[in-house]
Ligand binder design. Structure first.
Ligand code: RIB
Length: 322
């Protein structure tokens, strides 16, 4: 049986003032099924990015858990929800499985593939910016049986499926999710034009950064604000975020912090937002929580390893409010 997480009564939302808390109608019954990539991130700290044809020396190297999918699941978990993560790693890769478990993510739906675990080569420069090359590997080897297994164990409820562009079988997952009455959140990253064009009319929530938003708009031949999806989350890094819903636009400023590494900041924002929003917290509070979580995340190196726990985010929000 898939674990069914109900938030504790107080829901750890002490950053809300009493009025906000009283106004919330939080159900805490939605589950998030994340069909998501799992990568080994090879992270090289460099003074500046190499130019084409140039060889440079890295200041440091770290091997870390990453992948947009698992980063988002970890953000959901750290915000207090229990995601169901469906993914795959290489058959003999105990390191990555142990990492996933170590972050509190159940591996019951993580298959062992004949393909090697997906990986990313990441350069992070002194400005905290990154360049990433990914190799799909096992992430591109999800099996239909995994989709069936995930959905067959689900009991009713207001559930969500979460997808990114780092795995295969996206259209099949969306079809089954819709048939089961789930809502679908789709992170169009990395941007793959054909896939976005195919999925955009079938999803409930599109999550993009500002570059992906422009790419999606260009692809569809419309303005960003005219992208025809029921809901859209646009993250703009230090320029904040906005959420389009039902003709309304909600804006959230970014918190001012000293960023050392922005890898995984968008994943942190999305996972943190969904953990709250999918369970009934109003959009404005969900955005504020996600903004604080990603602000904290960029102040330390790494992707998954840098995602803050809920009590830390709440403390940050409390201090900022004060
Ligand atoms: O969004 C950051 C992630 O993108 C990294 O962890 C890397 O694995 C790539 O998937």
């Amino acid at each position: 049986m898939i674990p069914r997480q109900l938030f504790p009564a107080q829901a750890g939302l002490s950053h809300l003032n009493p009025v906000d808390q009283a106004d919330r109608a939080v159900s805490y019954t939605a589950m998030i099924f994340n069909f998501g990539s799992i990568n080994i991130d090879h992270v090289y700290r460099v003074a500046q990015m190499p130019s084409p044809g140039e060889t440079i020396v890295a200041a440091s190297y770290r091997k870390l858990l990453g992948g947009k999918g698992i980063n988002q699941s970890i953000a959901i978990a750290r915000a207090g929800q229990v995601p169901v993560h469906i993914g795959a790693v290489g058959a003999d890769d105990e390191w990555t499985l142990a990492q996933v478990k170590g972050f509190g993510i159940d591996t019951a739906h993580v298959a062992r593939s004949a393909q090697p675990t997906g990986h990313a080569v990441i350069y992070v420069n002194d400005a905290g910016e990154n360049q990433i090359v990914i190799f799909g590997g096992a992430n591109q080897d999800l099996q239909q049986a995994q989709i069936d297994k995930a959905f067959e164990q689900t009991v009713g409820g207001d559930h969500w499926v979460l997808l990114q562009n780092e795995t295969n079988l996206l259209a099949e997952i969306v079809d089954q999710a819709k048939a089961a009455g789930f809502r679908v959140a789709y992170s169009a990253a990395p941007f793959v034009a054909d896939t976005v064009a195919h999925l955009i009319g079938r999803i409930d929530l599109l999550a993009v950064n500002e570059i992906e938003a422009r790419e999606a708009a260009g692809l569809l031949g419309v303005a960003v604000s005219e992208i025809a999806v029921p809901e859209m989350l646009i993250t703009r890094g230090s320029k904040g975020a906005e959420f389009h819903s039902d003709g309304e636009v909600f804006r959230q400023d970014a918190f001012l912090v000293d960023a050392v590494d922005t890898t995984g900041a968008g994943d942190t924002f999305l996972g943190s937002f969904l953990a709250h929003y999918c369970n009934g917290l109003p959009i404005a509070q969900s955005l504020r929580y996600a903004s604080a979580a990603s602000a904290l995340q960029v102040t330390r190196p790494g992707a998954a390893v840098a995602i803050p726990a809920r009590d830390e985010v709440e403390r940050f929000l409390y201090e900022r409010k004060a």
